[in-house]
Design a protein around this ligand. Structure first.
Ligand SMILES: Cc1ncc(COP(=O)(O)O)c(C=O)c1O
Length: 469
């Protein structure tokens, strides 16, 4: 009898008690057929620890549902879903139905999609109520960002990254893409197309945005630990800027040591290279302590830190920030003012209220727990397989699996037919021979969906090479 992985999400700000929320969601799962009579529920102790609540809350929810006849105790076998002929359940779905195209019930493991939970929290709604009540404002928002949000970002960076930042050093952006566009435009001010050095593999959108903005790209092959000083020393052409993901190499997942960070800064200072630190998800560390940001290390080199709300809140907000200093900082601010392309005032205001009320840090704490739980599920299901290497697990909301066979593109196509969207690792490489593997985003799916998706992937890996059509 299979034990259920339960798709429960709790809203700690809700006026509905936690026990009632657990009971309501279990009841809904039974009525909709997600939980079937053969399903055994996890032990109350385990479920309580998974959900981060006390065991008494789970016991109360189980008692409520047993009283209603939805659950029954099977002695030492635990608690299971009761057989209720009076309940019309939808027929149990074929486990992996064929779905050729994207559908609403597709399990999407595209990386970069975070948990949707912040939008359910009361602090988020309160922040928007306050922001909307300020709509009497009739002026344009300031091009560099509102004072309140710049202060809130500086405060958040102090707490979450140990970074001493003055609000005047912060520019509010429409996310990393907007920030990269601004940086390339600033470097173009002299006339020539700037040369930017990038890690390979790396973030494909960073490449496409910078190319579209007029940069010439130069890539260096890296492993999970990112760029090495020895690679920089061997470069024949010195770039104008270097874009790095030192805290969590994207997508391979390791990090640059402090030694390598200092080496990079020394090289950047010697050659007058602008360092662009993409600090996209450093709040989500699962095992080791975070290292200081490159922007926090002592140096005469100029460093721009790029932050985003896409991972710690939602890409739907399309917003982020830059931390700038020195000559490049003055150039970036002057250009931003001249272009007058600010982020919507109402969004900035809501974000500022949310951060100041502590909503963002509480959401990050909750999301970190959610992600570590799913990461544990991934390790549990794939970690012991001899035919693959599981990586990028130290932080963030995605993992990488590398394997010899089958071909990852063919495997992803087969998985899509079975309702699971995964992205081949090869797509992250600019011009190096691609490595066979997949990038698995686990931020936006429930435990149950992740578990189903891992079954599909496990079966496809077991089946070996995929026949070409
Ligand atoms: C490496 C990296 N940097 C930054 C971002 C965020 O970009 P944006 O702020 O434009 O959404 C992502 C999103 O997936 C990313 O993977």
């Amino acid at each position: 009898m299979s034990e259920a992985e339960l798709p429960i999400e709790l809203d700690r700000e809700s006026s509905v008690s936690l026990a009632a929320q657990v009971a309501n969601q279990l009841r809904a799962a039974i009525l909709s057929g997600i939980l079937q009579p053969e399903h055994t529920l996890p032990a109350t102790r385990r479920m309580a620890s998974d959900l981060g609540i006390s065991r008494g809350v789970v016991v109360r929810a189980f008692e409520q549902l047993s009283g209603e006849g939805f659950l029954e105790s099977s002695g030492a076998g635990g608690t299971r879903v009761a057989v209720r002929p009076d309940i019309q359940r939808p027929p149990k779905k074929e486990q992996y139905p064929n779905r050729g195209t994207e559908t609403a019930d597709q399990i999407d493991l595209t990386p970069g999609r975070p948990s949707g939970s912040p939008f359910k929290d009361r602090e988020w709604r309160n922040a928007w109520k306050k922001a909307i009540s300020e709509q009497g404002n009739t002026h344009l928002p300031p091009a560099l960002g509102t004072v309140e949000l710049r202060k809130a970002v500086a405060g958040h960076l102090a707490v979450s990254r140990g970074l001493a930042v003055e609000p005047e050093d912060v520019i509010i952006t429409g996310g990393t893409s907007d920030a990269l566009h601004l940086i390339v435009s600033m470097l173009r001010t002299g006339g020539a197309n700037p040369r930017i050095l990038l890690e390979d593999p790396g973030y494909p959108r960073a490449r496409s945005v910078m190319r579209a903005a007029g940069a010439q790209l130069q890539t260096v092959p890296v492993d999970e630990d990112g760029l090495r000083t020895s690679q920089l020393a061997a470069l024949e052409d010195i770039p104008d800027a270097v874009l790095i993901t030192p805290s969590h190499q994207y997508p391979l997942g390791g990090r640059m040591t402090v030694q390598e960070r200092l080496g990079l800064l020394k090289w950047a200072d010697q050659h007058n290279v602008l360092v662009l630190e993409d600090d996209y998800d450093s709040e989500f560390r699962h095992s080791r302590m975070p290292l200081p940001a490159v922007a926090a290390l002592p140096t005469n080199a100029e460093v721009v830190l790029l932050g985003t709300f896409s991972k710690n809140l939602s890409p739907w907000l399309r917003s982020g920030y830059l931390v700038v200093r020195g000559e490049s900082g003055r150039g970036l601010k002057a250009l931003r003012e001249a272009l007058d392309t600010p982020v919507a005032g109402v969004l900035q205001s809501a974000l500022a209220h949310y951060i100041q009320a502590g909503g963002l840090s509480r959401h990050i704490t909750r999301a970190r727990r959610e992600y570590s739980h799913r990461r544990a599920l991934l390790i549990d299901r794939l970690g012991t397989r001899q035919d693959l290497e599981l990586g990028a697990l130290e932080g963030g909301l995605h993992a990488v699996i590398r394997f010899r066979e089958p071909n990852a593109t063919a495997l992803a196509a087969e998985a899509l037919k079975k309702g699971v969207r995964v992205i081949p690792l090869a797509g992250y490489y600019a011009d190096r021979p691609p490595v066979n593997g997949l990038v698995i985003g686990y931020g936006a799916v429930t435990d149950l969906q992740l578990s189903e998706a891992l079954n599909v992937l496990g079966n496809l890996l077991d089946a070996g090479p995929v026949a070409e059509d």
